[in-house]
Design a protein around this ligand. Structure first.
Ligand SMILES: Cc1cc2nc3c(=O)[nH]c(=O)nc-3n(C[C@H](O)[C@H](O)[C@H](O)COP(=O)(O)OP(=O)(O)OC[C@H]3O[C@@H](n4cnc5c(N)ncnc54)[C@H](O)[C@@H]3O)c2cc1C
Length: 426
């Protein structure tokens, strides 16, 4: 049996404000809603359901924020993971607009939760999208034009090659754009703040409590090694860490490992690199993403693996990507290197469903979970309280299973991903 684990040895765990310990669930309990998973999805659902007067038990197999929510790049993006032009071609203008609006609401929701619950998580406005191939610039200009004209976006500045070089301290990009309403935060402190808010609203949170199986009956029941929870509704909020709880979700939500390093504090050098302190993400298929921490470290993510294991030397694995953009950091010490597991879907849009009466699932945010997972918690709460409309905008999105089932999907995925990663270099 999998044993509960402590937080990954990351910069975030080292600078977490308070790692309040929650107890293990012992014995039999009942609640209106049982949530499985203590990341943004589960914590936001717990908070919003509790605020609506529902009794909530959330169980987390490890520590609150142990998964992707406590390890990610901390970037809060706008809209959805796919461009609006793509969403329009897939789903038509009307649904593309609803998806855009919910994505924008997600961004606003994160910022309003930080403010409302006084979550101290180093929020910083500004995000730059960097284009690494000259031939992508036309598509970028068209997308920006669409956003301005049809979606009323007014906080985008297009950056020339010289401007992006000056903004990011690297000559690796042909151009890009800056968004002022997007930005970045300390992801673990944000998760811990959500947990505090959910607890204050009345949710009961348990750590070291893994759901082993769900049994159907007049009311569904979640079994753990030391107890049971009987509830009217259950939410699966396990994202890339679900191991055998629900085959429908697992066929559509594929785990991927991604890696981050944090340098030593760079002092004045940091502000010379990124004077506006924006986060940055680039146009590579395996995205490079980076930002400065509040104490002036470079937090840089890049490199993905698809097997079962993390590289043995994560710092070295990510550093070679960092130095492609920032050779001037070759003499800088790398203080932390860690990995995490996110989850993607075939179309890179979230998978949200009511699987059967009383059983909900949400995951597969495809690298855009800071906003989308938080928002999914609100939508799950609405759906469980009988307001399906906004949840259904996502629930009706098509979601194919990855070919090969949970066993053989890895080899086909590795082939596909390796091909796309190769294209980054062509
Ligand atoms: C390295 C990395 C960088 C990323 N960068 C960004 C970024 O910059 N911006 C962005 O928007 N997104 C980013 N993401 C994605 C984002 O972190 C995720 O989409 C988001 O955190 C998902 O939240 P979640 O609550 O659904 O899942 P998680 O935070 O992964 O939480 C799932 C939890 O479920 C628990 N669990 C699993 N099974 C059980 C069980 N049986 N019983 C009890 N508990 C269980 C796990 O222990 C885990 O804590 C990144 C992800 C990674 C890994």
């Amino acid at each position: 049996m999998l044993k509960p684990e402590g937080h990954a040895p990351s910069y975030y765990a080292a600078t977490a404000h308070s790692l309040e310990a929650f107890p293990r669930l012992d014995g039999d309990a009942t609640a209106d809603v049982c949530i499985i998973g203590g990341g943004y999805t589960g914590l936001s659902a717990a908070l919003h359901l509790s605020e609506r007067g529902r009794s909530v038990i959330l169980i987390e197999a490890n520590r609150i924020g142990w998964g992707a929510s406590g390890r990610n790049g901390g970037q809060l993006h706008s809209a959805q993971r796919r461009e609006q032009s793509t969403l329009e071609s897939w789903f038509g203008k009307s649904d593309a607009h609803r998806l855009f609006d919910l994505g924008e609401e997600a961004k606003g929701l994160v910022k309003s939760l930080i403010e409302k619950h006084a979550i101290s998580c180093d929020w910083q406005n500004g995000l730059i999208h960097a284009i690494h191939k000259e031939r992508y610039l036309d598509d970028m200009r068209q997308e920006v034009e669409l956003l301005r004209k049809d979606y009323g976006v007014d906080d985008i500045t297009v950056l020339s090659r010289d401007e992006i070089t000056a903004s990011l301290g690297t000559s690796g990009y042909y151009g890009g754009w800056r968004e002022q309403s997007a930005g970045h935060l300390h992801p673990l402190n944000y998760a811990l703040g959500l947990a505090r808010a959910a607890k204050a609203a009345g949710a009961k949170l348990y750590e070291g409590t893994r759901a082993l199986r769900i049994t159907e009956g007049a009311k569904p029941r979640v079994e753990t090694a030391t107890g049971t929870i009987t509830a009217d509704s259950i939410i699966l909020a396990c994202n890339g860490y679900m191991h055998g709880l629900d085959p429908t979700t697992e066929a559509r939500v594929m785990p991927l490992h991604n890696f981050i390093l944090a340098t030593e504090p760079l002092g004045d050098k940091a502000t010379k690199l990124i004077p506006g302190r924006e986060a940055a993400a680039d146009s590579r298929f395996v995205v490079y993403y980076w930002r400065l921490s509040a104490d002036n470290r470079m937090i840089f993510g890049g490199g993905e693996t698809y097997g079962r294991h993390f590289p043995s030397d994560i710092k070295g694995f990510v550093r070679k990507h960092l130095l492609k953009l920032y050779p001037q950091l070759s003499d800088v010490r790398i203080d932390y290197g860690w990995g995490g597991t996110l989850a993607v879907t075939v179309k890179r849009l979230p998978f949200m469903r009511r699987l059967r009466p009383g059983l909900y699932t949400s995951g597969g945010y495809s690298g855009q979970g800071v906003g989308t997972a938080t928002m999914s918690g609100t939508l799950l709460a609405e759906a469980i309280c009988g307001e399906q409309d906004r949840f259904d905008v996502f629930a009706r999105l098509p979601a194919s299973a990855f070919p090969g089932g949970t066993l053989l999907r890895y080899p086909s995925m590795v082939l596909a991903m390796t091909w796309y990663a190769l294209r980054d270099r062509l």
